[in-house]
Design a protein around this ligand. Structure first.
Ligand code: PRX
Length: 645
């Protein structure tokens, strides 16, 4: 058996789950023994959800990059760590062996050091999906700096807010990024984000697109120059080395900003050791990874999925991780299938939104594509509808590949609920069973465990977790109270996920979606309050309310109700102006799909917007709005209904 902690049967799953609950310290201590430590821990777990205070492997010292790279070098130095597929299929693929990855990460760590980066410093990374992004992430981890990767779809304003919140002094970026037919000028977005910023000392710029960039003297340096200089420092007589910083188990590894129900994204902080153990353990078990296999996770490293299942999990397991720069529909809708065939991909992990979108192109893009290398399929990010699940199963997996439906969140670090490929049963549109270490519970509004079953025999409630697992978030950066309030205060002694779920009598879970004001648009997490704030920035907007509605491809679309009293030529022009405003404030990913102009919003007498009613109208459920007579202005509901888009 390649990994001592790999679960290979349903029985073993049940046994391991039981062990993890009965004796979490014994269970996770044994698993953590399979990693490289500079010093062993003294205590496996300390916790309370009240503060919250969660410590895994306290006293242990390590560096995650030694686990992701150095420990594989002796036996697998020449094995590919990263296979990189460029946006343009005509361009050359790059294969980064573990030896090469080691060299580049050491070099980049030296670059960071040469530029003054120290342990604990925050480094923002804003790059396209190129191997250098992985080098940058791992280079930070090597010197003990805290990376905060920002997805390329966020605007200058969003970056500025994140830089400010993280108090970041360093940025790593590219001149531009290729995505499909587009060439996105990343450095120029960074320049806009830095107007007025006095904190950032250094911007390191990698050349990808040869877009003209303004390099500011004393602040901006070229990646290539810096790497060249560092090469001689880390390579002596053919031996590459850069001593990995000794990190405490609980030292923060990274910050990743994510949306919540307030207007301001929060910086989720993950630890070094617990996150490493969790991502590796879940990677190996969920995908049933076998050494030598090629794992293709189609996410962007700007999101947690890319952090955990392109970079840290696979590399720590010594796997080969395929990284793709482009998008599934360019140059045509067969691109994923070309990549699978070209690189003989064994595990394909993607989002339901991508599956639905590709499904829409019919069978043509699949013609003559050799998908026979595929062994396992996976989905993540949102509930998968049965139609998409079956299409994935039949057309891509040829009914031969187990599909894992992995439910998790930025805050959870890695998968919490999923079947284990081919080991525990797959049920279409059910995430199914909790991983060892995970004790889910469904509660009602008052935090009582639900016990009454619905007509299908399912329990239904808000999904919480009873005890910590190694990959749980530790805090939200700079504001621990916010972390407590957001996740640990809704229900006493429970971590609240923000999702609703069903549970069947075999213990399987089906995630039904968010129960808070968070949207999931094409797998991107967006807060309704954030979108409202952005819309309200437009000079003519008096007030707005944003809700989600069912969207066939995106899962959820964004529906905005807007009271507008500004200069108005026609609705279409004003809509475009509002969209432009949202793009500027958050980024194109948050642009509403529909904007309805209204003269008022349904509010309670105390002034609270009745989103429930707006949601129903957006969904077209006009006959089930319930009692509206207690509203401040009931007539407004009819107006909104009549003008529904
Ligand atoms: O609502 C759940 C949904 O995505 C949310 C987390 O979003 P984010 O932090 O961006 O992380 C996405 C990638 C892990 C969850 O609260 N979600 C994620 N995976 C699933 C899912 N909903 C249903 N089924 C899933 N497999």
């Amino acid at each position: 058996m390649p990994y001592p902690f790999q679960i290979t049967s349903l029985d073993q799953y049940h046994q391991d789950h039981k062990k993890s609950v009965d004796d979490p310290e014994g269970f996770w201590g044994n698993i953590a023994d399979n990693f490289l430590w500079k010093q062993k821990w003294q205590k496996v777990l300390n916790w309370n959800f009240k503060e919250p205070k969660i410590e895994w492997f306290r006293g242990g010292k390590l560096n995650i990059t030694e686990n992701c790279i150095d420990r594989h070098l002796a036996e697998m130095g020449e094995k590919p760590a990263i296979i990189w597929e460029p946006n343009n299929p005509e361009e050359r693929t790059r294969i980064v062996t573990y030896n090469r990855l080691h060299k580049r990460v050491c070099q980049f760590a030296q670059v960071l050091r040469n530029n003054g980066v120290k342990k604990g410093d925050r480094v923002c990374i804003y790059m396209g999906m190129i191997p250098e992004l992985a080098y940058a992430v791992l280079g930070c981890a090597r010197v003990g700096a805290i990376h905060s990767v920002i997805f390329g779809g966020f605007s200058a304003q969003s970056i500025a807010d994140r830089l400010e919140d993280a108090q970041a002094e360093y940025i790593v970026t590219c001149d531009g990024a290729y995505r499909g037919g587009k060439d996105i000028p990343l450095k120029s977005v960074i320049d806009d984000a830095l107007v007025g910023n006095k904190k950032v000392k250094r911007v390191i710029v990698y050349t990808r697109t040869r877009t003209p960039v303004s390099m500011i003297k004393g602040r901006d340096v070229w990646w290539e120059d810096e790497m060249e200089h560092a090469e001689a420092q880390v390579e002596k007589q053919g031996v590459v080395s850069f001593p990995a910083e000794e990190m405490d188990a609980e030292d923060p590894l990274f910050i990743l900003y994510t949306s919540g129900s307030t207007g301001k994204p929060k910086g989720v902080v993950h630890s070094s050791a617990g996150y490493m153990v969790w991502t590796t353990y879940t990677f190996v078990n969920v995908f049933q990874y076998k050494p030598g296999e090629i794992h293709f996770c189609t996410a962007d490293i700007g999101w947690i999925t890319g952090h955990s299942y392109i970079v840290y999990g696979p590399l720590s397991a010594g796997a080969t991780s395929l990284m793709f720069e482009g998008i599934p529909t360019w140059p045509d809708a067969g691109r994923f299938w070309d990549i699978v065939a070209k690189h003989k991909v064994n595990i394909l992990y993607t989002a339901p939104t991508a599956i639905r979108s590709l499904m829409g192109f019919g069978d043509e893009p699949l013609k003559d594509k050799d998908l026979s290398s595929l062994r396992i399929l996976g989905t993540v990010g949102e509930p998968i509808n049965e139609e998409a699940w079956h299409w994935y199963d039949e057309k891509i997996g040829h009914k031969n590949c187990p599909i894992v439906d992995t439910w998790w969140q930025t805050e959870t670090g890695g998968t919490l609920i999923s079947n284990l490929a081919g080991v525990t049963p797959a049920i279409p549109s059910w995430a199914s069973l909790p991983m060892p270490g995970i004790q889910p519970v469904l509660v009602d509004e008052n935090g009582h465990e639900v016990t009454e079953k619905d007509e299908h025999g399912h329990l239904k409630g808000n999904l919480c977790i009873k005890a910590p697992w190694p990959g749980i978030l530790r805090t939200t950066y700079g504001d621990h109270e916010r972390c407590r309030k957001n996740y640990f205060a809704t229900y006493e002694n429970l971590y609240f996920t923000g999702d609703g779920a069903l549970k069947d009598d075999k213990g399987n879970y089906r995630i039904t979606g968010r129960v808070d004001d968070v949207l999931n648009v094409s797998g991107h997490r967006i807060g309704t309050a954030e979108v409202e704030n952005a819309i309200n920035m437009h000079a003519g907007v008096v007030e707005s309310a944003v809700v989600g509605y069912h969207h066939d491809i995106k899962g959820q679309g964004i529906y905005a109700y807007v009271i507008f009293q500004g200069r108005h030529i026609n609705d279409e022009m004003t809509r475009m102006d509002i969209l432009q405003t949202v793009s500027r404030i958050i980024g194109p990913i948050a642009k509403p799909d529909k904007i309805q102009f209204v003269t008022g919003l349904p509010k309670t007498r105390s002034g609270k917007i009745m989103r429930r009613i707006l949601r129903k109208i957006a969904e077209g459920e006009l006959d089930s709005l319930g009692d509206v007579s207690t509203l401040l202005d009931p007539a407004v509901v009819d107006e909104i209904k009549n003008n529904r888009l």
